[in-house]
Design a protein around this ligand. Structure first.
Ligand code: AMP
Length: 395
């Protein structure tokens, strides 16, 4: 079956058409600036990228143009839309309502809408994408795959905050965690590649990309993760601060005469390695600046690595041990220097990095020596394939 995987943002729409038999992407693409002017980048597998700048006034037009690109005589990859057997939608927040992926019905749409409060920037955009697809492809089954679902197995110890209980009761303020599709996919691959027993395994997944989060996965289930009610908590990220003393918000507000909204923008968009280094939110730029002697860039990379190592330590405690640690996402998959800086803190676990293996990239690899007590792996994540698999399983 051919599955269209859709990841809708407020002004963007990423897509992949995946053949579920070969598990290969037949085409990938991105609509940008929806509602502003519009740009569609479409790349058929093995072909050249095609850029189209037809206006994209809304998501429905964007989807129409994506489907036209997929069936185009020159750069298309299917003859007719009938070849698309199902659509898998990435949905950011499923709250406590969704612990698994689901086939989208009117009831499911309503339940996603009820989670809008928890992800006001993302869920409404996801719903717009679902509605657009429903209008243009009526009758094609659609599945919602939630970023939060994999972490719904966390115990209360991990998900409750030290706040008055009424806030959980009234508003469901708790840790939800994100990147669930990636943590699920990568933990399964790590168990397989490391040769562990899925029913008796302790794995820590470090998803280190522009957004970064870490999870403790015991016997295949998430038991803790670093992102919280929102993706702001936890590790230092490209532009997000991760954990800070919450009193800093009040302190900056008073000193600089800023509103809470201003400060949330600073914490979400102007902090992380970007704010710390003053260089960029792209780890490659920060790495290059650090390598050429920029002190703030060096500090940013050092603080980033230390924070990851601290979380690993806390998850070893949470699971009373660890069998494997997996690195994934843009930075985790590619930056051997960062993996080495983090693993330098893990000698107490008996981690012994193999420098030659750690220098490789682009495939699933064990990067520790044969004698290492804990296996460390680099595992490329593939959230789109994971969404396609879930979609096929449900339809
Ligand atoms: P993601 O969010 O998974 O797409 O990851 C994006 C981040 O990964 C960006 O900040 C990139 O700078 C970083 N990244 C990608 N390739 C590399 C690389 N070769 N070395 C270091 N960082 C990288």
């Amino acid at each position: 079956m051919k599955v269209l995987v859709v990841n809708c943002g407020s002004s963007s729409l990423k897509y992949q058409l995946i053949d579920s038999e070969t598990e290969q992407a037949l085409a990938v693409g991105l609509c940008e600036r929806i509602g502003i002017d519009g740009k569609l980048n479409h790349t058929p597998a093995g072909g050249e990228k095609v850029v189209m700048d037809d206006p994209l006034p809304n998501h429905e037009v964007a989807i129409k143009n994506v489907l036209a690109a997929l069936t185009d005589a020159n750069h298309g990859v299917i003859k007719s839309l009938d070849e698309i057997g199902a659509v898998g939608h990435r949905v950011v927040h499923g709250g406590e309502k969704f612990a698994t992926s689901v086939v989208i019905t009117d009831e499911v749409m309503k339940a996603i809408e009820e989670c809008n409060d928890l992800a006001p920037l993302h869920n409404p955009a996801n719903l717009i994408g679902i509605n657009a697809c429903k209008n243009i492809m009526p009758g094609v089954p659609m599945v919602a795959v939630f970023d939060t679902a994999f972490h719904q197995t966390m115990p209360k110890e991990a998900y409750l905050y030290g706040l008055p209980f009424e806030y959980y009761d009234k508003y469901k303020i708790r840790r939800y965690g994100f990147h669930g599709t990636s943590h699920s996919f990568v933990s399964k691959r790590a168990i397989d590649v490391a040769g562990l027993d899925p029913k008796n395994s302790k794995v820590i997944v470090c998803h280190l990309g522009n957004g970064a989060s870490i999870s403790a996965v015991k016997n295949g289930e998430s038991v803790d993760t670093s992102m919280g009610l929102t993706p702001l908590e936890g590790l230092i990220m490209g532009t997000r601060s991760g954990d800070i003393d919450p009193a800093i918000i009040e302190f900056i507000a008073h000193k600089e005469g800023k509103s809470i909204d201003d400060i949330m923008t600073i914490l979400n968009k102007k902090s992380g390695v970007h704010g710390m280094s003053g260089v960029s939110s792209d780890f490659r730029d920060v790495r290059a600046a650090a390598d050429s002697g920029n002190e703030h860039a060096k500090e940013a990379m050092g603080v980033f690595a230390y924070r990851v190592a601290k979380y690993i330590g806390s998850y070893v405690a949470a699971m009373n041990g660890v069998d494997a640690i997996a690195f994934t996402a843009g930075l985790g998959e590619n930056d051997g220097k960062m993996r080495a800086s983090i693993c330098a803190y893990l000698g107490y676990l008996g981690v012994e990095l193999d420098p030659e293996e750690n220098a490789k990239r682009g495939f699933e690899n064990i990067i520790t020596t044969k004698d290492s007590k804990v296996k460390v792996l680099a595992i490329p994540t593939n959230e789109e394939l994971a969404i396609a698999r879930e979609t096929v399983a449900l339809v």
